[in-house]
Design a protein around this ligand. Sequence first.
Ligand SMILES: N[C@@H](CCC[C@H](N)C(=O)O)C(=O)O
Length: 276
Amino acid sequence: MMISFRKMHGLGNDFVVLDARRAPLPITPARAAAIADRHRGIGCDQFIVMEPGGEGAEVFMRIRNPDGSEAGACGNATRCVAELAMAEAGSDAVAIRTIAGLLPADRLPDGRIRVDMGPARLGWREVPLAREADTLHLPLAAEGVSDPAACSMGNPHATFFVPDLDALDLPRIGPALERDPLFPDRANIGFVQVLAPDHLRLAVWERGAGLTLACGSGACAALVNAARRGLSARAATVSLPGGDLFIEWREDGHVMMAGPTATAFTGMIDLDAYAS
Ligand SMILES: N[C@@H](CCC[C@H](N)C(=O)O)C(=O)O
């Protein structure tokens, strides 16, 4: 079965985007993982399928990690899919539905795409954690890092605050932290160096994907957790290896994220050539 795909990215956080709005596509976790494979497939950090949006949304967006697992949120992919939906609708504002809820998005005058990622969820059951704990100070540590804060942005995040990001061996400590028994659904693990109250430097070990050049929901979680700790203002530039996002934690609890989007290329793929 030959279908067209689009390869997009937000700050180098890259996505294979398929369109299943007119007819369902036979995508299983194994097939998504095979296509996401950087050596044997197209390769991507997340595999995105656009489905009919239903009442009040242009698109429903299904998100899979390269290990096949499904995610409730992906900030950068939401901005990419919103940009596509805006181009199709000839509009500067759309709403994207995910399993975590309805996310309104708009185009800023400078062309960046901004998404309302919804409210940060701060309760331990919402993250979720396996047992009751203070989400502002989790009992968790690894070589060179300790005492993270946690929240959910529709997906689980823990954020460590460190004096020097470059001193950490993230591929060494990331996998065990992602799979710590404290996180029943695993977690995305962020490492933040506070450069100034309005400027954070962030690297993220993503659940199901490993190190990526940028993680939008991770940037939202980093700002929220830094502000809760009194380490930053409620709005800041978050610098990731792939570039900058601007994040604001509004007084109503919603987190706004703005940044660039891009299409790298489009092509055709034979789905039958990949594991079903
Ligand atoms: N890159 C994303 C997050 C993708 C999902 C994540 N790995 C998870 O499993 O929750 C982003 O931009 O937010």
